[in-house]
Design a protein around this ligand. Structure first.
Ligand code: IPM
Ligand code: MN
Length: 371
């Protein structure tokens, strides 16, 4: 029995809906395994700007620092997307949080689930068997370099990387490859960018420390093509911040839905777990958002806290939902289930491991009252 304090940043758009389901699943884990998970919700993103003027209020940051782990829904609002002159933006909250918590490695697994092969716009035979892990550097590069306007009316974003920034995330990626299929692919643009040449240099220097791991190098334009032409060739992908952002959305097509991709952001201290998708404002409150990416992010959270069997239980529950077609409309357009029903199904399964029959009518049992 363990006690864990989990801060939940529900965020904007569909963030609160998908977080609610992930919390229900975590509550089911706690009940099943006799753990004590304490959840506290805090504002970040557009909702925090509305109430405090600050996308990452100090109280939210302090709560995150004091937590055992942070679960995040999604942030962002079209109101800011369509206003390039907005002085504060929801994304600044997330970027600052990543920086303040030192979350330098973002891990995004991409798996082609057998039952979903038919949903991918890519041909099943191309994507079948895909199981790759993207290590995206998260606190450096063009995202965090100097940016601004110059005296001629132009604009700039500097891309800067230190050796240390590359080394620490590369070590994690090498180590992960060592526990999988021993293959690491660095994605860069070393034919053009000096920062990419430094990435290659550093990765080449580290390689001898991981003799079992084979390293290869791909330019990002070629990688963008390879990842959908032949995704099975990849095991662990390592890349810088911006390329990782783009490549991981592209790779989500393999899974059949962006609503299935979880992520973990790791650093030296408290870690953060969030779905790869955004706040999907058009879907807010409609009950059509897929909660599985957030539920799978909660599984990564459990694993990170050392609760490995509990994480496996959640993943089994998700796989049950996938095989039994208990899915939101983007994956099950003919007989869709709601966000809440998908969450109930997984929570129910986690609590009882399929011993009892789940039905849409008992889906409300165990509905979370916390957030
Ligand atoms: C992501 C998002 C963020 C990013 C945005 C919201 C700042 O797209 O986590 O992938 O670009 O990193
Ligand atoms: Mn992104």
């Amino acid at each position: 029995m363990v006690t864990k304090n989990i801060v939940v940043l529900t965020g904007d758009g569909i963030g609160p809906e998908v977080c609610r389901q992930a919390v229900r699943v975590l509550e089911a884990v706690a009940e099943r395994c006799g753990h004590n998970f304490r959840f506290t919700a805090h504002p970040m993103g557009a909702c925090a700007i509305e109430t405090t003027g600050n996308p990452l209020p100090e109280s939210t940051l302090a709560a995150c620092r004091a937590a055992d782990a942070v679960l995040l829904g999604a942030i962002g609002d079209p109101k800011y997307d369509n206003d390039p002159t907005a002085p504060v933006r929801p994304e600044q909250g997330l970027l600052r949080l990543r920086q303040e918590l030192g979350l330098f490695a973002n891990i995004r697994p991409v798996v082609a689930y057998p039952s979903l092969l038919k949903h991918s716009p890519l041909r099943a035979e191309r994507i079948e068997g895909t199981d790759l892990l993207i290590f995206r550097e998260l606190t450096g590069g063009i995202y965090f370099g100097a940016k601004g306007r110059d005296e001629h009316g132009g604009a700039y974003d500097h891309c800067v990387y230190s050796r240390a920034e590359i080394e620490r995330v590369a070590h994690l990626a090498f180590a992960a490859a060592g526990t999988r299929r021993n293959q690491l692919t660095l994605i860069d643009k070393a034919n053009v960018l000096e920062t990419s040449r430094l990435w290659r240099e550093v990765v080449r220097e580290l390689a001898p420390a991981y003799p079992a791991v084979a390293v290869d190098y791909l330019f990002v334009d070629n990688a963008a093509m390879q990842i959908i032409m032949n995704p099975r060739q990849f095991d662990v992908i390592l890349t810088e911040n911006m390329f990782g952002d783009i490549i991981s959305d592209e790779a989500s097509v393999i899974a059949g839905s962006l609503g299935l991709l979880p992520s973990a952001s790791l650093g030296a201290g408290v870690c953060l777990f969030e779905p790869v998708h955004g706040s999907y404002p058009q879907a807010t409150g409609l009950g059509i958002a897929n909660p599985l990416a957030t539920i799978l992010s909660a599984a990564m959270l459990l694993e990170h806290l050392g609760l490995v069997e509990e994480a496996a239980l959640v993943r089994e529950g998700v796989e049950e939902a996938l095989t039994n077609n208990i899915l939101t409309p983007e994956l099950n357009p003919k007989a869709p289930y709601t966000t809440e029903q998908v969450g109930s199904y997984v929570a129910f399964w986690v609590r009882d491991s399929g011993e009892q029959q789940w039905s849409a009518s008992n889906a409300a049992i165990g509905a979370s009252t916390i957030i």
